[in-house]
Design a binder for this molecule. Sequence first.
Ligand SMILES: Cc1cc2nc3c(=O)[nH]c(=O)nc-3n(C[C@H](O)[C@H](O)[C@H](O)COP(=O)(O)OP(=O)(O)OC[C@H]3O[C@@H](n4cnc5c(N)ncnc54)[C@H](O)[C@@H]3O)c2cc1C
Length: 297
Amino acid sequence: MWAEGGQEFYDPMNNADRIQINCLDHGFAALVDIMPRRVRNGQTVDHAIEEAARVSYQNETRAINTTRGLIRYLMRHTHTTPFEMVEFKFHCSMPITIARQWIRHRTANVNEVSGRYSVMPNKFFTPHPNDIRAQSNKSKQVSEGQCDALTAEEFANYVDRLSIETYGKYEEFIARGVGREQARIVLPPNLYTEWYWKIDLHNLFHFLALRMHSHAQKEIQVYAKGMFQMVKQMCPIAAEAFEDYHHMVGGMKLSRLEIEAIARGDLVASDNAREQAEFIEKMKRLGLCRDGKPLAA
Ligand SMILES: Cc1cc2nc3c(=O)[nH]c(=O)nc-3n(C[C@H](O)[C@H](O)[C@H](O)COP(=O)(O)OP(=O)(O)OC[C@H]3O[C@@H](n4cnc5c(N)ncnc54)[C@H](O)[C@@H]3O)c2cc1C
C-alpha cells in the first residue's frame, strides 16, 4: 500500500513478480502483469471497467450507482469495450498440441519461444495412465470416460519412451551440426512450448468461455480454469457477472423456436435431431421436463 495525493493505493498482485498455477505434468500459467497495477484502497481491478464505462456512457450509467450494478449491466447488455480496459499478461507453458488450439484466439498478443534460436527444453507431456480417455461414441470430436487400464498403461509408457528417444536424437543431430530449425522436426507434438500471452478482459472472457467449456479438450480446460481463478482474484465483480450471464458458463441461450416451444408447453422445438436434443438438455436444466415429458403435462 502507498499514498499518492492523499489517496491510498495497492498493487493487485501484492508486489509479486508472478502468480503461478501448475498445469498437467510440467506446464504452468503464470500471471506476470496486469493493467491496472495501481488500485485505490477499498477497490478492485473491476473499478477500471467502471471508470471507462462512466466516461463513455455518462448519462446512461449515472443511474446505476454501484460498481457491481454497473458491471453487471454492461455484461448483460454486451457493452464490451469497458472490459477491454483491463489487461492480463500471462507466461504459459503447454504441450504443442494445446498451443495449436490456444493460438487460434487471435485477439491476444503472443511471443513464443523460438526453436530456431534456442535448443528446445527436454519437457514433454505424458498423461497419467488414469487420465487416458476413450474415444466417445457420441461425438467424433471428444473423448470421455477411461481407456482400459492395460492399453492406458502401454500408451503412457510408449509416449514416455518416444519422448526420451526423440529428444536424444534431437540433441545428437544438433551436436553433429544439423541446424536447430530443422533438427526440431524430429520432436513430437507433446513437447512443451512456452509464450507470453497478453489479452484484454473482454477477449479473455471469450477465450475462457470456449476453453473452460466441457466441449473443449480436457487439457486446455485445465489451463483455462486455472486462469479463471486468477481473473476472479483480480476482478471478482466482472468474473461473477461472466459466470452468471455468459451463455457458455452459467447462463443459457434460447432460440426463437425454443422460446415458442416453451410458451406452448411442449417439448418439440425443431425437426433437426441435434438441435432437438440440445433443446431437451436445456429443458432438463430449466427443470421443465422429466422422463421426456413436459412437467406441466
Ligand atoms: C470445442 C472447440 C472445437 C474446435 N474445433 C475446431 C476444428 O475442428 N477446426 C478448427 O479449425 N478450429 C476449431 N476450433 C477453433 C474455433 O473455430 C475458433 O477458431 C477458436 O475457438 C477461436 O475462436 P474465435 O475466432 O471466436 O476467437 P478469437 O480469435 O479470439 O476472436 C474473438 C472474436 O473476435 C472476432 N474476430 C477475430 N478475428 C477476426 C477476423 N479475422 N475476422 C472476423 N472476426 C474476427 C470474432 O468475433 C471472434 O469471435 C474449435 C474451438 C473449440 C472451442
